[in-house]
Every structure is written in C-alpha cells, then in structure tokens.
Write a protein that binds this ligand. Structure first.
Ligand code: IMP
Length: 431
C-alpha cells in the first residue's frame, strides 16, 4: 500500500498541480488534507488548461477517486462552481468524496478575513481573503460548522444561530459591517448542501479500508512548508498544516501508511503575501524571473515576489517533512540569467546560520545577509525540449547536482516547461 505525500517545499506556488497531474495516474486516490480554495493549481490536461482551487487534481482521471479530507475547509459555493466548471469541460465529479468532518467556510468568515486584514493595515498578512483563517479559528474554537452539520437543516440552523450571536456583534460593532440573518444564510447554503450530499463520506474509514485492500494514495498538499501554521514563518502563514505531518491528521490515515514524501521546489523561489524572504530580489533580475516565469497567482492574480533558490529553506523542508525526493520545477526559467546564485547559509548580526533560524526576526533584511554560491548559467539556451538529464546543458546538470548536494535530497523529477511532456524523470518511482 504505497502512499506518497506531495507538498510544497517553499512558500507555495512551486508547481504542485503539474507534478500531481503527472504522477497521479499511478494512484487510486488523490487526497487534499488541508487548506481550502486559497490554493490554486494550474493543470494542463491535453489541450485543456484548468485552474483548480479546491478539488484534488486527480479528478481528471476516471480511475482516481478524489477526496477532500477532514483537514480541509470547504466553501460550498466555490465547490459547486468548480464541479460545474469541471463537468462543463467533460470531467466527471461523480467519484468526488468529501469528508463529513471538513469545516465549512461561511460568508462571515470571508467578511472577517477582509476586515481583519484592513484592520492590520501595514502589518497585514496578505491573505487570499477567502475566509480560510477565520474558518480554522472557529474549528479550533469549537464553534465551526462541519459538512455533516450543513447536511442536516435542523442542526445547521442551530449552529448558525449560535455562531451568528457572536459573529454579528463582531461584524457590526468592531468592523462596522452588515450582520447576517439565519434565514439569509440558509437560503444561500442549503441548496449547496444538496450538491454536496451525494459526495459526503466518512473518508478516514474509506481510505483506511482502501489501503487495506492494497490501493495507493497520493496526498496532495496545498500552499507550502514555509506557510505551515507550525513550521512556517508565523504569523505570515496560512492556518493549516501544509507539512507532511498534516497528511495523517487531515485525512485520518496513520503515518505508517506513508512511504514517500515528494517536496516540490522551484529552481528559484517565490512568495506571495507579506513576511520575511531572505533571498528576495528587488532588482531587474527579480523582475525578469517574474516576467519569464509568469509569476502571478492562480487564485488572486497577485504578483509573486521572486528570489534565488534558498538551500537553508530546502534543508529545513527536508527535515520537517522527511523528504525522500524533490521535484525541481521551472528550471527552464533560469535560461534568462547568465549567472545563478544559491543561498547556502545566512549571516545575521555576526552569526552564521546553516539551519533555519529559531528567531524569525533574523530573517528580515535589516539583519540577514544571504551567503551565496554563484554558479555559471546556460543563458539563452532553450532547455524546454530536453527529455533526459543528459540532454540538459552541462551547466544546468551541474546546477541540479549542486542543489541535490546542498539540500541532501535527490531531484528525481525536473520540470522544464508547463506541459506534461516537458518533464525529465530522473529516478522517480511512485512505488
Ligand atoms: P490565507 O491562506 O488566505 O489565510 O493566506 C495566508 C498566507 O498564505 C498569505 O501570505 C497568502 O499569500 C499565502 N497563501 C495562501 N495560499 C497560497 C497559495 O496557494 N500559494 C501561495 N501562497 C498562498
């Protein structure tokens, strides 16, 4: 019963959608274990380019059962629209299974996400404003509404009434926003319940049964290691466990079921939203990477901050996730620069950090200076048609080998373009 966790090894947007799509045909189940529609996966399937936010990428394959696990937060409106979009493109959502324990994003969560960001002003987190944080706050505060509650009108009304008694006070008195009425939300949400009903399942039980029957699971992480609520650059993080440890808790499958952890890392690095970013390039090279790499968010369209590959981040990601493999994406984008830098350590206040620093204040520009190794590039050489590692220019091979050395993780998949066939398999085995 080989199972793999596939996750972001940086600050998200590493190209997880493409890699999931590539390897998912080897699995029977593709499971989202955290996050909600703050994620944005671009998947190119044949001639169709799709942006998925909530539904696992495996939905495009008939033999795969896509699962939204208990660790996720679900906006029923977005879910319904995404299902309609997929059906419209000819992909059936019939197999989709949604955990009865996943939490529901309510309209007031979305309002509160926006309002709290406005309230933070220049200290804003830079959230996707999809209500993710407030929904997880309610989950931890034990006042959340779960999928199973939404599907029982009596319980839904009761829970909603209790929630609104507080939320309306906060909305009106703290943020000066409009309150909600129970009937108003019921009118919006109960029709979604009927869309969800045929898909609701006890997904932990389902997955464990299927593992026993010899089926394979791919756990599809969203966001990235440095956006993890525990291991990321708090508070500039998302509100869930993006790391490999989130897969068991967010799905109900025990940790022993996992035998591979594939970390997706861009050949450079990007971040959206606020927060420290030691190797950020605020110069023309950063602009070039952004332009050539098309670094604009799938979910919000925001411009991503770009920087050099940070091996300190990657070594940390290797540790906290037990990475067994790395998929290096967008190597082709680096054809736009003549020399390539890799951050191997940080220097801050007279001290060298080879490991991710305990005090995150160290990561800010007024303290940190990245220590770079500079490698020769392959500027101007189009590598997007390379099919094998040996097809790559010598300096590109050297760069990949160097990253394997400084991170301690084999780069067993290398992406040289957005299409499925623009991928070099360099030792990856799903089983
Ligand atoms: P939230 O997840 O919307 O609460 O946003 C919290 C932080 O995570 C912000 O910095 C977002 O930009 C970031 N974030 C959330 N989802 C993604 C993603 O899919 N890719 C990259 N960053 C993300």
């Amino acid at each position: 019963m080989p199972s793999t966790v596939l996750l972001g090894a940086q600050w998200g947007d590493e190209g997880k959608g493409k890699i999931t799509d590539l390897i998912s045909s080897d699995y029977d189940y593709v499971v989202r274990y955290q996050g909600g529609n703050n994620a944005g996966h671009t998947v190119i399937h044949g001639d169709t380019k799709l942006a998925l936010h909530l539904i696992p990428s495996g939905v495009m394959y008939d033999h795969i059962t896509p699962v939204i696990g208990n660790g996720c937060v679900v906006d029923p409106k977005v879910l319904t629209e995404e299902m309609q979009m997929l059906e419209g493109e000819g992909f059936s959502c019939e197999n989709l299974r949604i955990s009865c324990d996943a939490h529901v994003i309510m309209p007031y969560h979305i309002d509160l996400d926006g309002a709290s960001e406005r309230h933070l002003g220049k200290h804003e987190i830079g959230t996707t404003k999809r209500g993710i944080g407030p929904a997880y706050e309610d989950k931890a505060g034990r006042t959340g509404i779960r999928i199973q509650d939404l599907l029982d009108e009596k319980i839904f009304r009761e829970k909603l009434e209790a929630a609104l008694a507080i939320k309306n006070q906060v909305l009106t008195k703290i943020y000066g926003l409009e309150p909600y009425a129970v009937d108003q939300i019921c009118e919006m949400y109960l029709p979604y319940a009927e869309v969800i009903r045929p898909h609701m399942a006890e997904t932990a039980q389902l997955l464990n049964q299927e593992l026993r029957a010899g089926k394979n699971i791919l756990f599809e992480g969203a966001q990235g290691t440095l956006l993890d609520i525990d291991h990321g650059t708090y508070p500039f993080v998302t509100s869930s466990s993006c790391c490999a440890g989130g897969a068991p808790t967010g799905s109900g499958v025990g940790p022993k079921a996992i035998n591979k952890v594939l970390g997706i890392a861009k050949a450079y690095i990007t971040r959206v939203g606020s927060g420290p970013f030691p190797t950020e390039l605020k110069d023309e090279v950063g602009e070039r990477l952004c332009k050539v790499g098309g670094e604009y968010g799938v979910t919000t369209g925001r411009k991503r901050r770009c920087g050099w590959f940070d091996a300190v981040v990657s070594r940390y990601a290797a540790d906290v996730n037990s990475l067994t493999d790395m998929a290096l994406t967008k190597l082709d984008v680096l054809s736009c620069v003549d020399r390539i830098k890799v951050c191997v350590a940080y220097e801050a206040d007279g001290k060298r950090y080879d490991y991710f620093p305990m005090q995150h204040s160290v990561l800010y520009p007024k303290h940190v200076t990245p220590i770079y190794e500079e490698l020769p590039g392959w500027e101007g050489q189009d590598i997007s048609d390379c099919k094998t590692f040996e097809d790559l220019p010598a300096n590109a091979q050297r760069y990949v080998k160097y990253l394997e050395e400084v991170t301690g993780v084999p780069a067993s998949i290398i992406a040289v373009g957005p299409e499925r066939n623009q991928t070099i398999f360099h030792g990856w085995e799903s089983r």
